[in-house]
Design a protein around this ligand. Structure first.
Ligand SMILES: Nc1ncnc2c1ncn2[C@@H]1O[C@H](COP(=O)(O)OP(=O)(O)OP(=O)(O)O)[C@@H](O)[C@H]1O
Ligand SMILES: [Mg+2]
Length: 418
C-alpha cells in the first residue's frame, strides 16, 4: 500500500497510466498476455470502447517480468489516416524511446540519417533526442527513416522488445495495403513481439480471422471483458477505506449496473463521488446520482455538439428512440415508427447505417435486430434532456442483466439421450 506521503489526492484514476496499487484486478489477463509474449506469440487484444485496453497494456509494461526483459513501446494509431501517419507515429515513438538512446543505437541512427542524406534540424547526436513534428503538421517534409530500417533496428537491440499498436484496426482504413506491408516486416522478427489492440471487434476479427487477410492466425486472441463485479466492489471499498471514507455496497452495485460494467464511466463517477465525500463521509446511491448529474452537466456542450452533428431529423429521431428503449428492437414495426415519428422502414435503415459509421459509431448493434447507444453517458444525457433520467436510474439493474444475457448468451448443448 502506498504511504501517505505518496498517496494521490484521488485513488480513482481517469487517465490511462495507473499505478499498480490503484489498478483494479486484470491479474489473469495480465499473466496470460505476458505468458503468451514470453512464449513467442503476438497478441491481439480486443474489447469494446472504454473497457480498459490501453490502461491494461500500460499495466503490463509496468510488471517486473516485462520491465526486466523487454524494451516497451506504445504507439497509438487513433487518428492516423495513411501510411505516412503510421510511419511518423512509429518513427517518432521509436527514436525517442529511452532504449533507443544507447550509444550503439545512436550510432545506428546517425548512420541511417547520413545514408539517406536528410538533416533533422532538432536531432541532437549528443543525447540522441529527436523531436519531429507531430502527425498532420508537415508530413510532406518529414524526414523519414525507412520502415525497414526501423523494424530492422529492433532486431539489433540487446533486450527483447514489446511493441503495442493501439487502435490497430485503423490501418484497414488507410488507402495503402498497410496490413500486407506490415506483415512483411513483422513476420520476420525474432527479437520483438507485438500486441495489436483495438476497440473495433468486427474489424479486428476480420483482420485476424479471415484466411484471405495478411494477419490471418498470426496472433493469439484475448477478448477483454468488463471487470468482475466482486473484484470491482472490493477494489472500490478498499480505495474509500484507505482514505478513511466509506461507500455503501449497493452504491457500487448501482454504478456497476448503470454503466453496464464499463470501466471508464464507472471510474469517472467514483472519482467524482470520492472527491465530493468529506473525511469520514459515507457515500450512498443519492451521492452517486448527484455525481452522475454533475458529470452529465459537465459533458453538456460536447454531447450537444455531437447531436448537432446529426443533420437529419429522422436520424435524430431514430437515436432518441434507441435511447428511450435502451435496448432497442423492432425499430421498423409500425407501432414503434408511429410512436417515435420514424417515418418509414427504409429511412430507419438509413439512419441506423449512418449512426453506426465506423469512424464515429454512436449506435452499436448488440445482436441481430437489437441496437444500443454505444456511449452509455450519452444515452443518460439524452434521457436527462428528455426528463426521464430517473427511469434510467430505476431500471439500471434490469437493463444490465438483459444486456449481459444478449451479449453473452449461455449455450446449453443437449446431452445424448440414453
Ligand atoms: N483495471 C483498471 N483499474 C482502474 N481503472 C481502470 C482500469 N482499467 C481502465 N481503467 C480506467 O478506465 C478508463 C478507460 O480505460 P482505457 O482508456 O484503458 O480503456 P480503452 O478500452 O482503451 O478505451 P478506448 O476504447 O476509449 O480507447 C481510464 O480512465 C482508466 O483509468
Ligand atoms: Mg484505448
Amino acid at each position: 500500500m502506498a504511504n501517505k506521503g505518496t498517496r494521490p489526492a484521488n485513488p480513482f484514476f481517469t487517465g490511462i497510466i495507473i499505478p499498480d496499487r490503484y489498478f483494479c484486478d486484470r491479474e489473469q489477463e495480465t499473466k496470460t498476455i505476458i505468458d503468451l509474449i514470453e512464449n513467442g506469440n503476438n497478441v491481439v487484444l480486443k474489447a469494446q470502447r472504454r473497457i480498459g485496453k490501453s490502461s491494461l497494456v500500460h499495466h503490463i509494461f509496468n510488471q517486473k517480468r516485462v520491465q526486466e526483459d523487454y524494451n516497451t513501446l506504445y504507439i497509438d494509431l487513433f487518428g492516423t489516416k495513411n501510411y505516412n501517419d503510421f510511419h511518423i507515429a512509429f518513427q517518432n515513438k521509436l527514436i525517442n524511446a529511452p532504449f533507443a538512446r544507447t550509444a550503439k543505437i545512436k550510432r545506428n541512427f546517425e548512420q541511417i540519417l547520413k545514408d539517406i542524406n536528410v538533416s533533422l534540424g532538432s536531432y541532437d547526436p549528443a543525447t540522441g533526442q529527436v523531436s519531429l513534428p507531430s502527425i498532420g503538421t508537415t508530413p510532406a517534409q518529414m524526414p523519414r527513416i525507412p520502415l525497414e530500417e526501423l523494424f530492422g533496428f529492433l532486431e539489433t537491440t540487446k533486450k527483447k522488445n514489446l511493441i503495442v499498436f493501439d487502435e490497430f484496426q485503423q490501418i484497414e482504413y488507410y488507402p495503402e495495403r498497410m496490413a500486407a506491408i506490415l506483415r512483411s516486416h513483422i513476420q520476420q522478427m525474432n527479437n520483438t513481439k507485438f500486441i495489436f489492440s483495438g476497440s473495433s471487434k468486427h474489424m479486428l476479427n476480420m483482420m485476424f480471422m479471415n484466411h484471405n487477410k495478411p494477419f490471418y492466425k498470426s496472433s493469439s486472441n484475448i477478448d477483454l471483458d468488463i471487470l468482475d463485479y466482486n473484484k470491482y466492489e472490493s477494489f472500490v471499498s478498499g480505495c474509500f477505506e484507505e482514505y478513511g471514507k466509506s461507500i455503501a455496497p449497493e452504491a457500487i452495485r448501482f454504478v456497476y449496473d448503470l454503466f453496464l460494467g464499463e470501466t471508464a464511466p464507472m471510474q469517472e463517477t467514483m472519482n467524482h463521488v470520492f472527491g465530493k465525500a468529506g473525511r469520514k463521509a459515507s457515500a450512498g446511491i443519492p451521492e452517486i446520482k448527484e455525481s452522475v448529474a454533475a458529470i452529465l452537466e459537465s459533458k453538456d456542450e460536447s454531447f450537444r455538439t455531437l447531436l448537432n452533428g446529426i443533420e437529419k431529423e429522422k436520424t435524430r429521431n431514430t437515436l432518441y428512440c434507441i435511447a428511450a428503449q435502451g435496448i432497442a428492437s423492432n425499430l421498423t414495426s409500425s407501432r414503434i415508427m408511429k410512436d417515435y415519428a420514424l417515418d418509414n422502414a427504409s429511412s430507419v435503415q438509413n439512419a441506423l447505417i449512418s449512426l453506426q459509421d465506423d469512424n464515429n459509431p454512436i449506435v452499436r448493434k448488440l445482436t441481430k435486430g437489437t441496437y444500443i447507444i454505444d456511449d452509455r453517458m450519452f444515452e443518460l444525457w439524452i434521457a436527462r434532456e428528455g426528463n426521464y433520467l430517473d427511469i434510467k436510474f430505476e431500471t439500471a439493474s434490469d437493463r444490465h442483466q438483459r444486456q449481459r444475457a444478449l451479449e453473452r448468451p449461455s449455450f446449453q448443448p443437449t446431452a445424448p439421450k440414453s
